[in-house]
Ligand binder design. Structure first.
Ligand SMILES: [Mn+2]
Length: 309
C-alpha cells in the first residue's frame, strides 16, 4: 500500500533501536525519530538525541527492570527519522502528524524519540487525524502550559496548552516542579488538566501517583505517555535542555512509567535529551532504558490482556 507521508519524510536509521530491525508490517511498535530543536530557549542539540539514544539502546541488555520480558522478542520496527524542517514549527508538526496518523491508522503503536517537547503536539494531532483521542500522562519538570512563549504559540513551553485548546485532550502531569504563575493557575482552573508536583509525588510514592492517574483516566479509552527527560533529577539525566533539581531517581522514573502503562496504552514519546550536554552519555542510556521499560510494560499488558500489574 502506498503511504505518501512516511515515504517522503522518513530517513532510515544508521543503527535501529535495540540493534534489531524488523519489517514494519510485522511490527506492533514503530520507532520514529523527530530530531527538531528550533524553539529551544536554553541549551540546544536535541536534534542529535534519536541517534544517540538508538546507539545507547544497542548496548543495553534486553531484559526489563520492573517488567519481565525480552525486548528482542517484542515486534519493534525502527522506521527511521522524520525529515523535520529546522526553523519551521508548522511544517515540522505537519510532517510528524502525517507520519503518526499513518502508524496509528495501521494499528501500530508509535514510539517517538524527540527532539524538543513541541514534537508531542504533532504526535497528538496525528492521533486525532487517525480518530484516536488519548488521555495523556506527562512526566515533566515543567507544565509546558503557557499561552505563548515570548509571543510564540508553538513552542516547547506551550505544547500542552495547544493540546488542550486544539484537541480538548485530558492531560495529567507528574513530577512538576517549575512553572510560571499563569500556567499554574491555568492548570488549577481547567478541568481537563491535573498535576502532581514532585514534592507531592514524594509523599504519594509511585503507587499513590499511579492510583491518582488511574482515577483521572478511568473513563479514557486510550492512554498516551509523554516523557520529558527533565522529569528525572539532573543527577540522573544531566543532558537535557532545561535541567531542574529535585526530580525523580532513575528507579522511580522507570517504576512509574512501567506502572502507568496498561492495556489502553496507545503510544508514547521521549523528548528533550540534549547530547551536546551529555558528555558521559548517561542521559541517552536512561532514555533508552525508559523506552525499553515502556515497550515491555505495554507488551506484557497486551499478552496478559490486562494491566501490567
Ligand atoms: Mn517539557
Amino acid at each position: 500500500m502506498a503511504s505518501k507521508g512516511r515515504d517522503l519524510y522518513l530517513i532510515s536509521p544508521p543503527t535501529p533501536f535495540t540493534g534489531v530491525q524488523r519489517a514494519r508490517d510485522q511490527a506492533l511498535y514503530s520507532v520514529v525519530g523527530a530530531p527538531f530543536d528550533s524553539t529551544s530557549s536554553y541549551r540546544v542539540g536535541q536534534r542529535f538525541a534519536p541517534v544517540e539514544i538508538r546507539l545507547a539502546s544497542s548496548q543495553l541488555e534486553s531484559n526489563g527492570l520492573y517488567v519481565e520480558g525480552d525486548i528482542d522478542s517484542v515486534p519493534v520496527a525502527d522506521e527511521g527519522d522524520i525529515a523535520v524542517v529546522p526553523g519551521s514549527q508548522l511544517l515540522t508538526l505537519e510532517r510528524i502528524e502525517n507520519v503518526v496518523a499513518e502508524i496509528v491508522g495501521e494499528g501500530r503503536v508509535p514510539v517517538v524519540i524527540g527532539g524538543e517537547h513541541l514534537v508531542t503536539l504533532g504526535v497528538l494531532r496525528g492521533f486525532a487525524k487517525a480518530g484516536v483521542r488519548p488521555c495523556v500522562a506527562v512526566l515533566d519538570a515543567h507544565l509546558d502550559l503557557r499561552g505563548d512563549y515570548l509571543g510564540e504559540r508553538y513552542s516547547h513551553a506551550t505544547v500542552f496548552r495547544r493540546a488542550v485548546e486544539e484537541l480538548s485532550l485530558k492531560v495529567f502531569h507528574l513530577g512538576v516542579r517549575a512553572f510560571d504563575a499563569e500556567e499554574r493557575s491555568y492548570a488549577d482552573e481547567v478541568s481537563l488538566v491535573e498535576y502532581i508536583t514532585a514534592s507531592r509525588l514524594e509523599i504519594l510514592g509511585v503507587d499513590g501517583a499511579v492510583v491518582a492517574f488511574r482515577r483521572f483516566a478511568s473513563e479514557c479509552k486510550h492512554i498516551y505517555l509523554s516523557v520529558d527527560m527533565d522529569v528525572y533529577d539532573p543527577a540522573y539525566a544531566p543532558g537535557v535542555s532545561t535541567p531542574e533539581p529535585g526530580g525523580l531517581t532513575s528507579k522511580e522514573g522507570l517504576a512509574l512509567v512501567s506502572r502507568l502503562v496498561d492495556e489502553r496504552f496507545s503510544g508514547f514519546d521521549i523528548v528533550e535529551v540534549t547530547p551536546p550536554y551529555d558528555p558521559s552519555g548517561i542521559t541517552s542510556v536512561l532514555a533508552a532504558k525508559t523506552i525499553q521499560e515502556i515497550i515491555l510494560a505495554s507488551w506484557a499488558s497486551r499478552s496478559r490482556g490486562g494491566r501490567a500489574r
